[in-house]
Design a protein around this ligand. Structure first.
Ligand SMILES: Cc1ncc(COP(=O)(O)O)c(C=O)c1O
Length: 405
């Protein structure tokens, strides 16, 4: 069935539910999986799912199964998370953020030893040494190599500016080469992949209605940095080719850069997370045409005056720079407006509504979160609907009693 959200039907479905409630429409999710797969697989690239942007194991599994051979492994955000996912049968786990935790490296070691395909991110020699120290202490057998991925900075830095995120210190090819050569000489380390995440393209929407004046500048930055990133990744690829050094994967991008990342010939896989469930921040990218596949319901518990409906709870604000677009947005019924000096509050969220639906105390109103994964920390389970009926409930990490960082 085509993706279609209908207020009255949702209200009927949730008659007996507790609130807040999170709803995922599988028909819409299917549409997103299919579009993303088409976008990326036409260039012969694979898709790596960013688990941080989902945080519900059954949904991750569902996407992977539905996407079939176009999908390749997971990008995890924590080692404890990778351990849990591996216990569920997931493999090919790339831990996207470096760690200095002894516990994490111990897990990394035991997962490797147990035969899991698990790769840890590094961007400096200290990261590598921390792994190596552990490895030489615990592995008497050199068969267990620590597989690592080098994170190369993809920020755009014209005229001394820094446009992008502050992550890896590997900014130039020379810096890449220096670390690469050092790592190559270390017996227990295997350089398995390269990652370059172009946040100023993949994480910045150029059609943002919350800051329209900045959109032309954002478009220009993105336009310029697509070329810059292309060259940066190409130089590394050519060097590896010259050296005859084979890597297992070259990872880039995110939901907001699917097309431009996939077009680079050397890229082997594109990471996508948020574009599956499609939180509202990802509506503001020309490269991402996903449809909303989830939304949360709050219950109207007060009617402070005609045309105002106050819901319980709702303050699910997303992380990052504290701008207006990090708030959820009204979804259904259409025509709801936020009360700007209250917004989405810790205990209540009022909305203004004067349109065609009759709203009564106890009714649900529906909203979309800014980001796709963090919101799962506020819910124990997601309610799955298909063909306008509830078909299943699946636990979030939080519902499974996990809290990963
Ligand atoms: C390393 C890395 N790759 C890819 C992504 C893209 O994820 P998404 O598709 O959810 O935007 C992110 C998001 O922060 C990231 O940190």
């Amino acid at each position: 069935m085509p993706c279609h959200w209908d207020y009255r039907n949702l209200r009927r479905l949730l008659e007996r539910e507790s609130f807040p409630a999170m709803i995922v429409d599988l028909d819409c999710l299917d549409e997103n999986i299919s579009n993303i797969s088409k976008n990326i697989s036409k260039t012969d690239k694979k898709i790596r799912i960013a688990t941080k942007s989902i945080r519900v194991p059954d949904i991750i599994k569902y996407i992977q199964k539905k996407g079939g051979s176009n999908f390749q492994g997971l990008m995890c955000y924590s080692m404890e998370e990778a351990k849990f996912l591996s216990s569920l049968g997931f493999d090919d786990l790339l831990i996207a953020y470096p760690t200095f935790s002894f516990n994490d490296i111990e897990i990394f070691f035991s997962l490797t030893q147990a035969g899991n395909n698990i790769v840890l991110m590094v961007d400096c020699i200290d990261h590598v040494k921390a792994i190596e120290r552990f490895w030489t202490r615990f592995s008497s057998d050199n068969n267990y190599k620590a597989r690592v991925c080098m994170d190369v900075d993809m920020s755009y830095r014209p005229a001394g500016l820094h446009l992008g995120v502050y992550r890896s210190p590997i900014r130039t090819f020379e810096q890449f080469k220096e670390l690469f050569e050092k790592m190559r000489g270390i017996e227990n380390i295997e350089i398995s992949g390269i990652m370059g995440y172009e946040a100023q393209i993949a994480g910045m929407g150029e059609k943002n209605p919350f800051s329209p004046m900045l959109n032309p500048a954002k478009w220009f930055i993105k336009y310029m940095s697509v070329r810059d990133v292309y060259k940066k990744r190409q130089v590394i690829h050519e060097y590896l080719k010259e050296e005859n050094f084979k890597i297992d994967f070259y990872n880039g991008g995110g939901s907001g850069s699917q097309l431009s990342t996939a077009e680079e010939p050397w890229i082997t896989e594109v990471t996508v997370g948020s574009g599956f469930l499609q939180s509202h921040l990802f509506d503001y990218y020309k490269d991402n045409k996903s449809v909303p596949a989830f939304c949360f319901a709050l219950q109207v518990t007060r009617n402070p005056e005609p045309g105002f409906y106050t819901c319980k709870s709702g303050g699910f604000i997303a992380s990052g720079e504290t701008s207006l677009d990090k708030s959820p947005v009204p979804f259904l019924p259409e025509g709801m407006k936020m009360v700007s000096n209250e917004g989405f509050g810790e205990v209540q969220t009022p909305v203004k509504y004067n349109d065609s639906e009759e709203i009564y105390l106890g009714d649900p109103l529906f909203f979309r979160s800014a980001k796709a994964g963090e919101i799962a920390e506020h819910f124990q389970e997601y309610i799955l609907i298909r063909n306008n009926e509830i078909i299943e409930r699946v636990p979030t990490y939080r519902g499974l009693n996990f809290c990963f960082y």
